[in-house]
Design a protein around this ligand. Sequence first.
Ligand code: IDP
Ligand code: MG
Length: 136
Amino acid sequence: MSNIQKTLSIIKPDAVERNLSEEIKNEFKINNFNILKEKKVKITKSEAEKFYQVHQTKPFYNDLCDYLSSGPIVVMILEKDDAVLENRKLMGATDPKKAEEGTLRKKFGISIDKNSVHGSDSIENAKQEIEFFFKD
Ligand code: IDP
Ligand code: MG
């Protein structure tokens, strides 16, 4: 039985800056994700603080919000069977050093903070994150 889901993906500033957006989008396409919507935006620090609210008590929260608002990002709605989990698998572990061979973070990530991509971690968060970036 099919279980089509939508999830939010972000190509983070380190990857956009290195002109990796097209290569990363191509990885989604060859892994059978449909890119339903996409836009390149630069968010403010307060928007980043809102987006990463769940992490507000973490020691890296301030740096994380500075970072996500430091340059242009590409945000996308991805659709596929089991999209949330499938995207997490394609992304790999948060720390590129620990990410499996073939994953996006292994291929493109620089460090745990500059790890090139974001992906929603649950169906509920995917809905909220899609709403956050694509309200209209
Ligand atoms: P995820 O992106 O794999 O879901 P989360 O734990 O949700 O990982 O953390 C959100 C983001 O915060 C990570 O992608 C990474 O950029 C950053 N981050 C997570 N843990 C650390 C850390 O220990 N030091 C610095 N940055 C971190
Ligand atoms: Mg997360």
